[in-house]
Design a protein around this ligand. Structure first.
Ligand SMILES: [Zn+2]
Length: 131
């Protein structure tokens, strides 16, 4: 069980807002999903905290459960001509996904920061130790 090194909620919310989880002032990303190596404001080493595939999986989970599944309950989705509705629906889903992904990645990095999980801790993964 990981110990909480920094306040979890504060770190996650700062990450979701795209800010440094340590100070909440510097930007977390320098491009769409590229994490700043070091915070411009507080010099926190942000590149140490891994995201890997976690944000992508969580984005799929969130989009599937909170957007796609509820959308299927609306009869207009089933009754409309797919030639018109499919491009609109898929474009909308893609845009929502692209807006959600950096927020989830920021929150994920905030959670890693809060728990003190660094990319150098990869050797502690139990799945790798079994080999
Ligand atoms: Zn900072």
């Amino acid at each position: 069980m990981a110990e909480i090194v920094h306040p979890l909620r504060r770190s996650v919310f700062r990450g979701v807002a795209g800010q440094c989880p340590a100070c909440g002032k510097g930007p977390l990303f320098w491009r769409y999903l590229k994490v700043n190596g070091r915070c411009e404001t507080c010099e926190a080493e942000l590149s140490l905290y891994p995201a890997d595939d976690g944000p992508a999986y969580l984005t799929i989970l969130v989009m599937g459960h909170l957007v796609v599944a509820p959308m299927l309950f609306f009869p207009i989705v089933w009754r409309s001509n797919p030639a018109y509705s499919l491009p609109i629906i898929l474009t909308t889903l893609a845009l929502i996904t692209l807006m959600v992904l950096p927020r989830i990645k920021g929150g994920w990095i905030g959670m890693m920061y809060s728990l003190g999980v660094k990319s150098t801790d990869a050797h502690l993964h139990t799945a790798d130790a079994a080999e």
